[in-house]
Design a protein around this ligand. Structure first.
Ligand code: HEC
Length: 330
């Protein structure tokens, strides 16, 4: 008879294999796991029969059966995760390289010079297709530009306002409270201009994608020639970081594509880093204040803890240093 533990182990192995099979069913390798599966069963069965005939060595055999079943379950799981991982990369995009961003640390603020340059990249390149409609001109004040600079920038655009006293809409120059202009009037217009693809609003893009900051950076620099055997339709571009590998956005950044006003040399990587920092700020403008506030609170709480401990010991010292003598005789 098969011991309970061994039975359970074989069952576990079986369900593991079944799970592996269902997750790799689209791959030709699933037949390999089935033959593996048969072998798993055989290993279990042969040691079972020997354990029933030789009672003396049954413990070792049981251990062997359980070990073998568990071992094969684990290796099947490992093999299947390898297949799932490669299927994953084609479907969900290549695994992202991790970079250390200047604002990563617990007490680190954004690199504001980089936000400023990133805004210039956004404005000169990305704004042709992408809106950033959660950001107003006033948000840039004291973050990347002075108030005067932002006012001048806002006045360069025309805003339709109104109605005026006669009921007519009118055009006026932009002001600090206006949002950054959108390139298209609506989603339909955006799709029409981009072969049916919709360039998403970038305000929250670093939050809307998994590991968004590294993703946007990798995506912008990820354009490659499609490898042999991969067909890319007209109007799409091969980019392994984009889920599915074919994106409707052409490669946008080329060396020298932007004029930086601080004289930084606009290499492709520099622009990608700056615009990613800018988008990270756009998605989380409160980031610096939040960290500063956190630091202040930690400091205040640490002070409070010290005083609270001192106070507690002070109050209890009366009781803790008292000696109570019970004199039962008198
Ligand atoms: C010529 C128009 C155009 C320009 C310019 C452009 N994009 Fe795009 N972008 C698109 C389109 C179209 C899509 C949608 C792609 C798709 O769904 O296949 C897109 C998608 C994206 C996405 C989202 C990818 C995803 O995971 O869904 C990001 C991020 C992005 N663009 C960033 C940028 C940045 C940063 C710039 C400026 C450096 C930029 N884009 C410039 C057209 C453009």
């Amino acid at each position: 008879m098969l011991s309970r533990a061994a039975k359970r182990a074989v069952l576990a192995a079986r369900s593991c294999v079944l799970a592996a099979e269902s997750s790799t069913s689209s791959l030709s390798s699933s037949s390999a796991s089935i033959s593996f599966f048969n072998r798993t069963i055989k290993t279990g069965a042969s040691s079972t029969s020997s354990s029933s005939s030789q009672a003396s060595s049954s413990n070792t055999n049981r251990g062997y059966a359980a070990g073998a079943a568990l071992g094969s379950a684990l290796s099947v799981a490992a093999v299947s995760t390898t297949f799932v991982a490669s299927a994953d990369e084609a479907e969900h995009g290549l695994h992202l390289p991790q970079y250390s961003w200047p604002h990563d640390g617990l007490f680190d603020a954004y690199d504001h010079a980089s936000i400023r340059r990133g805004h210039q990249v956004y404005q000169q390149v990305c704004a042709a297709c992408h809106s950033l409609n959660q950001i107003c001109y006033r948000n840039l004040v004291d973050v990347a530009y002075t108030e005067q600079e932002v006012k001048t920038m806002a006045e360069e655009i025309e805003i339709t306002d109104g109605p005026d006293d006669t009921g007519e809409m009118f055009e006026r120059p932009g002001k600090l409270s206006d949002r950054l202009p959108s390139p298209y009037a609506n989603e339909e217009g955006a799709r029409y201009a981009n072969n049916g693809a919709y360039p998403p609003d970038l305000s929250l893009i670093t939050k809307a994608r998994h590991d968004g900051i590294n993703y946007v950076f990798a995506l912008l620099l990820g354009y490659r020639d499609a490898p042999a055997g991969i067909e890319i339709r007209d109007g799409l571009y091969y980019n392994p970081y984009f889920p599915g590998g074919a994106i409707a956005m052409p490669k946008m950044l080329v060396d020298g594509g932007v004029e930086y006003d601080d004289g930084t040399i606009a290499t492709e990587t520099q622009m990608a880093k700056d615009v990613t920092t800018f988008l990270a700020w756009a998605a989380e403008p409160e980031h610096d204040d939040r960290k500063l506030m956190g630091a202040k609170w930690m400091f205040a709480m640490a002070l409070l803890t010290v005083t609270a401990v001192y106070q507690k010991r002070y109050i209890w010292s009366q009781l803790k240093s008292r000696r109570v003598i019970v004199d039962a005789v008198r």
